[in-house]
Design a protein around this ligand. Structure first.
Ligand code: GDP
Length: 845
């Protein structure tokens, strides 16, 4: 064994030991000469730490150890080996121990962290829960209070009610024990506006708190829970029943509703009493039902069809709407047999720009062709007249030139005109109103004949007129179109025959026919309230023959023909197709454009008229239009804050008034609009001034003037009355005013008025008016207007102003004078001459 011990071995052993102990041999000498070799072992600090728990490494280590052991066996004793093993084991154990400790520490740290986090979280949770609890508690408290109040009132109600209800309610009533917040779950859930989010949170909390919470709840609300949902449903049903009972007591009974269902004929408007009658219900029930719908109506009041339909449905009946035509069925719509149709005269309207000679042309035609041939004699002005041409053809002219009248009549359903004569002055050519007239004629699909007027004038240029018309798609014959054109002069009479010829030609082309042997219908050309004769309407018969004694409806009016007066002022017995006549015997004044129909009897006439009046009234009410001055004032005041320009319009004819209102309503933008407070026909009156003053509105007079009291009132109040004779100008001015673009303009002011006492005929001069100046002064240089019944019939210049025999510059108020107009002769006794001057002033409209 000892030979195995060698240095090589030694070194190798040490090397393979890999740390732990270091051994070396020393020779010990003893006494008596003995010596002994001893192995000295030095413990060495271990350097390499084998990786803990890796099997492969530990396996390798074990092998190394074993081989080392095997290698060292020879030199190391068993005990030593044992000891070493123990040391190794101890080292190993301590290593494992350390790892375990480390692990443990790690674990502890983790645990600590987790618990910390948990603590934090739980704190947050607690805060949130506390908050939620506070909210819930507040809510529950409120609910509880509400519940309490309800319970009390219920109890009171029950005390008054039958015992059955009491029993029901008592079961569910938790009245005796005021429940803590959590327990008022039921009512809280139904509480309006309780946020679902909060509910969730509350439920969470409740889940956490359970089972205690649940137990507590079930403990307190045992009876309620025992009744469960059913209890609540029952009470709701009771409530519903109660509601139904109340409803039944309140508005009309349910039972008869189901008993008889009627078909109720419903016209456009019906009185409450009539509605009740048609439904076979009590009037009181209907009134009550209306009230419940927010409509206060007495039994004699009319309600509209839509409201009535609602009521009828409410009573469970069936609605059968009848149209207005039902009432008007009596108006015969006879389809004429072509064999009965006979030719009729064409109806002609003259249109064109102002001052292009419409009136002159009409006068010229009339003077040379009056039916009765009394040339120069003053004929009745009724708004229309007939002439007979040289070849015997009858032509009917409408004497109300103006686009407004034309269009408004058309709007009212009266297509009166067959042919339009478009007057264009050769020296002025196409002007705005010419274009307007073309548009009107085209819209009405009425053929046009172009009369190029004033060809006697030096600056006349007929070709210019023709070419300019081309731009507006009016192609005259001379430009190889199909529109007839004639060059005329109203002054010299040149071309008038040709014009009439062309009219006849055009009329023949139109093949105008009508059946004279039937009940008449016609259109109102003009209407007025005559002081002596009552309401008078000029009617152009369009079909059939109108006779004295006929009963008729016209617009909203009705009547019996008391007298018929023709354009010559003669009483006639009848008027056939295309014949204009004045009709007397109306019960009210109709409006231009209204259609006249002869009906079988007075009752029908009255019925239709009343029906139409009601309809119009409803229409006005619907449009919010006020009818009385008081209402107008109230309305004007109520609307004061709105940025709008109120105006009052008075015009010579209904058509103009309507056209102005329409034009005015079109003006305006988002910020400002024009509001027509009132519009009407006739002179500006004191009532107009009052109305205008209240609303701070200017008054617009279109071809009319203010009467004396109105003028005075307006002067006193500093109110403006503006006069116009051209819609175009009026619209422009109002437009400018509405957009705040008013600038200084040349405007006229009245300097005087004179009234005509007598009319003389003076050779070389023509007709001269013997006048007295009633107001202000008359000035030779000033402009003049001729007014007849406050309506402007002529505007122009004075030819002469004479005081006695002398031509003077000025005549003062109260003095007499003689006046003659330039180019105008139709002056009459009683006419008023308005004298005005133009000046530049600031616009104030
Ligand atoms: P209205 O506004 O279209 O009706 O035009 P008027 O008939 O009032 O005529 C306006 C002016 O033109 C008047 O002074 C007429 O005397 C004048 N006038 C009309 N027709 C003619 C014409 O053919 N020749 C001339 N020279 N003047 C005319």
């Amino acid at each position: 064994m000892s030979d195995n011990k060698g240095d090589g071995d030694k070194g190798r052993t040490i090397g393979t030991r890999g740390g732990g102990t270091e051994t070396s041999r020393v020779r010990q000498s003893f006494s008596h000469g003995r010596s002994k070799s001893v192995v000295v072992e030095k413990k060495r600090k271990r350097v390499v730490v084998p990786k803990p728990g890796t099997a492969a490494t530990s396996g390798a280590n074990a092998a190394q150890v074993r081989s080392a052991q095997g290698g060292a066996n020879a030199a190391v004793s068993d005990s030593e080996i044992d000891r070493r093993r123990r040391a190794l084991m101890a080292a190993k154990a301590s290593e494992a121990d350390r790892i375990a400790k480390e692990k443990e520490a790690e674990e502890r740290r983790k645990a600590e962290l987790a618990s910390l986090r948990e603590q934090k979280e739980s704190k947050e949770r607690e805060a949130a829960e506390a908050e939620a609890r506070a909210v819930a508690e507040a809510e529950a408290k409120a609910m509880q209070e509400a519940e309490e109040a309800k319970r009390k009132s219920d109890e009171e109600a029950r005390a008054r009610n039958k015992p059955r209800g009491k029993k029901e309610e008592n079961v569910v009533s938790p009245a005796d024990a005021p429940a803590p917040p959590n327990e008022v779950e039921g009512p809280r859930r139904t509480a309006p506006g309780s946020a679902p989010k909060r509910d969730d949170r509350r439920e969470d909390r409740n889940a956490k708190k359970s089972p205690g919470g649940d137990k507590r709840r079930s403990g307190k609300l045992t009876i309620n829970q025992a009744m469960g949902e059913g209890g609540r449903q029952k009470s709701m049903a009771a409530m519903r029943r109660r509601q139904e009972r109340q409803a039944r007591k309140g508005g009309g009974s349910n039972e008869p509703r189901e008993k008889v269902v009627r078909d109720v004929k419903l016209p456009e408007a019906i009185t409450v009493a009539e509605l009740a009658n048609r439904m076979a219900e009590r009037v009181a029930s209907v009134v009550k039902s209306l009230m419940q719908n927010g409509i206060m109506a007495t039994q004699n009041q009319s309600i509209d069809a839509d409201t009535a339909e609602l009521i009828i449905e409410e009573f469970g009946h069936r609605v059968v709407r009848v149209s207005d035509a039902d009432v008007e069925d009596v108006i015969t719509t006879v389809v004429d047999d072509p064999a009965d149709m006979k030719p009729r005269a064409p109806v002609i309207t003259i249109m064109g720009h102002v001052d292009h000679g419409k009136t002159s042309l009409l006068d010229a035609i009339r003077k040379t062709n009056v039916v009765s041939g009394e040339a120069g004699g003053i004929t009745q002005h009724i708004g229309a007249y007939q002439i007979r041409t040289d070849d015997g053809t009858l032509l009917s002219f409408l004497d109300t030139p103006g686009h407004a009248a034309f269009t408004s009549m058309r709007a009212r359903g009266a297509q009166v005109t067959d042919i339009v004569i478009l007057v264009v002055a050769a020296d002025d050519s196409v002007m705005p109103q010419t274009i307007e007239a073309i548009a009107h004629a085209k819209a009405a699909k009425v053929p046009m004949i172009v009369a190029i007027n004033k060809i006697d004038r030096p600056g006349a240029d007929p070709m210019k007129v023709r070419t300019q018309l081309l731009q507006h798609e009016v192609v005259v014959e001379a430009m190889s179109g199909d529109v007839l054109d004639v060059e005329v002069s109203a002054v010299t009479g040149e071309g008038l025959d040709k014009l009439l010829e062309n009219i006849t030609l055009q009329a023949e082309l139109l093949e105008l026919r009508a059946n004279p042997d039937r009940a008449a219908d016609g259109a109102v050309i003009e209407a007025k309230l005559d002081v002596g004769r009552g309401p008078v309407a000029t009617v152009l018969v369009q079909n059939g023959t109108l006779r004295r004694g006929d009963i008729f409806v016209v617009g909203e009016q009705w009547g019996r023909v008391r007298a018929l007066i023709n354009d010559q002022g003669e009483r006639v017995e009848e008027a056939g197709p295309s014949v204009p006549v004045e009709v007397l015997g109306l019960n009210g004044t109709p409006e231009a454009g209204d259609v006249l129909n002869v009906v079988p009897d007075e009752a029908r006439a009255r019925e239709i008229a009343e029906y139409r009046q009601q309809l119009a009234k409803d229409k006005r009410a619907a449009a919010g239009a006020a009818t009385t001055l008081d209402q107008l004032l109230a309305k004007a005041k109520a609307d004061e804050d709105v940025s709008e320009l109120p105006i009052v319009v008075k015009a010579d004819v209904q058509g103009s008034a309507e056209a102005i209102v329409q034009a005015m309503e079109k003006i305006g933008n988002d910020e400002v609009r024009v509001r027509v407070l009132h519009s009407g026909v006739g002179a500006v009156t004191e009532s107009d001034v009052t109305l205008a003053e209240a609303a701070g509105a200017p008054i617009i007079g279109f071809n009319v003037r203010a009467n004396a009291p109105a003028r005075e009132a307006a002067n006193q109040k500093g109110l403006e009355i503006r006069y116009y004779s051209i819609i175009y100008d009026l619209v422009d001015d109002v437009k400018a005013a509405a957009s705040g673009l008013l600038s200084a303009e040349v405007r006229e002011s009245f300097i005087g008025y004179a009234s005509i006492k007598e009319v003389f005929k003076v050779s070389n001069v023509g007709k001269v008016a013997g006048c007295v100046v009633t107001e202000g002064v008359a000035r030779r240089s000033a402009g003049v207007r001729l007014l007849r019944d406050n309506v402007v019939i002529h505007q122009g210049k004075l030819k002469t102003l004479k005081r006695f025999k002398d031509e003077v510059k000025e005549v003062q108020s109260g003095q007499e004078c003689g006046m003659a107009f330039e180019n105008y002769e139709d002056i009459r006794e009683g006419d008023v001459i308005e004298i005005f001057e133009t000046e530049e002033i600031e616009r104030t409209l």
